[in-house]
Design a protein around this ligand. Structure first.
Ligand code: HEC
Length: 69
């Protein structure tokens, strides 16, 4: 799944399994913002994800880490 590509780079930055990069109490406080952040990583890094993939990754991250409404 695309999330592995993401983790690889996050691990280099925060160690562990990379999930420490996701900070629920950080600056991301709306679902739209979270999706925007995923979109930004996607565009800047040329990951080539389709819009619906960006949306579903954001949804998974929200379910597992952020729990925003
Ligand atoms: C080449 C490296 C790299 C890749 C690949 C990458 N990211 Fe990131 N990502 C970062 C860095 C660095 C940060 C931290 C930015 C900061 O803290 O200012 C970050 C931060 C984030 C955040 C915000 C975390 C928070 O709560 O503040 C999200 C969400 C995120 N990335 C999602 C993704 C997703 C989804 C992918 C894959 C589709 C991905 N990233 C791929 C480097 C990467």
């Amino acid at each position: 799944m695309a999330e592995n590509k993401c983790a690889e780079c996050h691990i280099r930055k925060v160690g562990g399994n990379g999930s420490a990069i996701y900070k629920p109490a950080g600056r991301i406080n709306t679902l739209g913002f979270l999706r925007g952040m995923v979109e930004q990583c996607n565009t800047e890094l040329n990951l080539g994800l389709f819009p619906d993939e960006v949306t579903s990754i954001a949804a998974v991250l929200n379910r597992d880490y952020y729990r925003l409404k």
